[in-house]
Structures are given as structure tokens and as C-alpha cells.
Design a protein around this ligand. Structure first.
Ligand code: OSB
Ligand code: MG
Length: 381
């Protein structure tokens, strides 16, 4: 495929409810959308998950915009693409200039190329991934809801009850020092038989973690996500040894090599896959395959994406080793309205249906994208 034009949109959209993690409380979501048009007039979409501050990863929308504009777009416009899986190698040295890291910037454009490649093959992205990997793909993906830190444990219990009434069957609670054992215990007491897991987003040092997490070990949690440092694999191994509850790594895993290290060191028993954190679908699929070979289950994390990123994540999470419920909730849990049509709705069995239309299988509604866009720029070959 030959790329003729790339448009970038910096957008900001209000959350239906504010979202608080160990690193910040947010009322609005800021992101970048890339619209990539081929010489034949096909349109592919990508979403950058960097966010407006470097709290989850070192990248932000400003750094991503800069890397995309200065390095990645010139490379894409200069040479045709034959296969999306060539993109990571190209983006290591776009136009022969080395670009290390910046995985979220790279993933934004890589995902639009995957969307286009599937469309050119007349397939949904899910079926295209199934075809190129030779793996059987699911029709529906089991999902849960990620719940930000609430004002009090009582409020948390109410919030879980609300999502349970909506049909969600798995609840992930954000925790941080001082808002950990009390909140999780309250949730477990109120919901003795439901699937509950916690996510600390790297808020603990090993010295505090060895006090806090053994106390949570009898709460029958599905997993404890990323308690320690955001690049750490070594100390998580020490903590995992002390716990029956599986540790799940999120922030620490950027490549299939990281996954292999975590597997061999027994630093976790589960991995959260986010294609943005891994620099794109190509590496995310490699992480999936590495884990599958080792017998380690994975699930798909979310970065509060719009319907563009959600559709991409669902196609990825249709791979067979996505065995735990993913952080891919219905559109109305995040945005009202979302910028795509149709929006994603929860099935009665706490699943989302993977789109079957060509490519991402969702329509980006031009007026809705326009209404949330703060800044845009167009680049032509
Ligand atoms: O750690 O999984 C995380 C959102 C922003 C940054 C980090 C994380 C999250 C989520 C959101 O948990 C999950 C979702 O998109 O539903
Ligand atoms: Mg996480």
C-alpha cells in the first residue's frame, strides 16, 4: 500500500465519571487519532494512548506528536508498506535515523496500517490477525471493568454494585498506599463470590509491599497488578515468591523479551497486554505467543480508549491465550457519546462482541471527532 496522506487530531473528551489511579485523578481524556489515507483512497485509523502527562509511561501526547510528525510520518510517506509486521523494524530507524522507545507513538501509526492491511485483504482485523498468525480467533471477548479510587470504601462498594447491575462480571480496583487493604476488604465482604483484582500502577516499594500484599493474600483475588516499579522484573520475582495470589505485570512488559524474562524469573503468573505500551500489535502478538508457549495466560489492558482503540484491542484479545477478562468495557462506561458508530455494548455474559466489518469495523463519526478536536495537522506525500 502507498500512503498518500496522514492527518493527526489532538482530542479531549470528558469521561462519564472521573478516573483516579495511584498517579492522578482525571476528568477528561486527551489523546491523538491518526487518519491514514492510501493512494487508493482507503482510510485506516489509529489511536495513541500516551495521555497528557507522563504518569503511566514516560510518553505524553506532546512527545508522541513530535515523534510521529518528525520521524515516523516522513518514513511512511516515503516508502510503500507491504505488511504491517515490517513496521516495527522500519520505525527503529525511520529514514535511517534511530528512534528508540516511543512505543505509543509508533503503535498509533502501526495500528492504522493493520486496519488498512485487513481492509485490503477484505477481512475484519480479527480475521486478518487470525490469518497471519494461523490461530483460531474468538467471536466474543470476556471483559470486566476497571474502577478508579473512590472517595471512600462505601462509595467503592456502591460503584461495584452499579457495574454489577450493568452486567459486568469482573471488577478491577485501583489501589495506592493508604487506600489498599481497607478498600479491598470492603469490596470482598460486600461481594464474597465475585471476581475481584487490584491494580497498584507501581505505587509500592518492595519494603512496603511485603507488609501490604501478604495481608491481601487471603482475599481470593484474581491477581495483583503491577505493585512495584514500572520497569521492574527482579523485585516482582521476590514479591511473587511470598504470595499465593498471582502477580500480573502491566507497566514492566514492553517486549516479548521482557515477557520471557518475567516467565523465567517467575516474576508474575499473568501478563496484561497493551499494544500501545508494546509499540504496536506486532510486538503485542509476539508477547501473546511467548506467553502461550510458556503456559502463562494473558488479558488485554485498556487505556480508556475511544471506540477506535477499543475495536483494535478487541481484535487482539480474540487470540486464544487471552484467557482472563480484559479491561475493555462498553463505550458508555467511558464516553457519551463515543466518536464511533456503532458503539460497544455489553452482552449479558459480560463479553463484548468483536467487530466483523472490514478492518476495525467501526465508523468514525466525522462531526463527533471534530467536536472533540483541539488541534489537527495534515501531512501529504
Ligand atoms: O493500569 O491498566 C492500567 C488506565 C490508564 C492508565 C493505566 C491503566 C488504566 C486502566 C483503564 O486501568 C482500563 C480501561 O481502559 O478500562
Ligand atoms: Mg494496569
Amino acid at each position: 500500500m502507498k500512503i498518500d496522506q496522514i492527518e493527526l487530531f489532538l482530542f479531549e473528551i470528558p469521561y462519564v465519571t472521573p478516573f483516579e489511579t495511584s498517579f492522578k485523578r482525571e476528568y477528561n481524556h486527551e489523546g491523538i487519532i491518526a487518519k491514514v489515507t492510501t493512494a487508493d483512497g482507503l482510510v485506516g485509523w489509529g489511536e495513541c494512548v500516551a495521555g497528557d502527562t507522563p504518569g503511566y509511561s514516560p510518553e505524553t501526547n506532546v512527545t508522541a506528536w513530535y515523534i510521529i510528525k518528525e520521524y515516523l510520518i516522513p518514513d511512511l510517506l516515503a516508502k510503500p508498506v507491504s505488511d504491517p509486521r515490517e513496521i516495527p523494524e522500519r520505525f527503529k530507524t525511520p529514514n535511517r535515523i534511530g528512534v528508540r522507545g516511543h512505543g505509543m507513538a509508533k503503535a498509533c501509526l502501526e495500528s492504522a496500517i493493520w486496519d488498512l492491511a485487513a481492509q485490503i485483504d477484505n477481512l475484519s482485523l480479527r480475521d486478518y490477525i487470525g490469518k497471519v498468525t494461523g490461530q483460531p480467533m474468538k467471536d466474543r471477548v470476556s471483559v470486566g471493568v476497571s474502577i478508579g479510587i473512590q472517595d471512600s470504601p462505601e462509595k467503592l462498594v456502591d460503584t461495584i454494585a452499579g457495574y454489577k447491575a450493568d452486567g459486568y462480571g469482573r471488577f478491577k480496583l485501583k489501589i495506592k498506599p493508604g487506600r489498599d487493604i481497607g478498600d479491598t476488604l470492603a469490596a470482598r465482604k460486600a461481594f464474597p463470590n465475585d471476581l475481584i483484582q487490584v491494580d497498584a500502577n507501581s505505587a509500592y516499594h518492595l519494603e512496603d509491599a511485603v507488609e501490604v500484599f501478604p495481608e491481601m493474600d487471603d482475599l481470593n483475588l484474581l491477581l495483583i497488578e503491577q505493585p512495584l516499579d514500572y520497569y521492574d522484573i527482579y523485585e516482582h520475582h521476590k514479591l511473587q515468591k511470598m504470595l499465593k495470589t498471582p502477580i500480573c505485570l502491566d507497566e514492566s512488559i514492553h517486549t516479548a523479551r521482557d515477557a520471557q524474562a518475567a516467565i523465567e524469573l517467575q516474576s508474575c503468573r499473568i501478563i496484561n497486554i497493551k499494544q500501545g505500551r508494546m509499540g504496536g500489535l506486532t510486538e503485542a502478538i509476539r508477547v501473546h505467543d511467548t506467553c502461550m508457549q510458556a503456559g502463562m495466560p494473558v488479558w488485554c489492558g485498556g487505556m480508556l480508549e475511544t471506540g477506535i482503540g477499543r475495536s483494535l484491542n478487541l481484535a487482539l484479545a480474540a487470540l486464544p491465550n487471552f484467557k482472563l477478562p480484559s479491561d475493555l468495557s462498553a463505550s458508555n462506561r467511558y464516553y457519551n457519546p463515543d466518536i464511533v458508530d456503532p458503539v460497544f455494548e455489553l452482552n449479558a455474559d459480560s463479553t463484548l462482541t468483536v467487530p466483523t466489518g472490514k478492518g476495525l469495523g467501526v465508523n468514525v463519526v466525522a462531526e463527533r471527532l471534530k467536536a472533540v478536536t483541539k488541534h489537527s495537522e495534515t501531512f501529504r506525500a
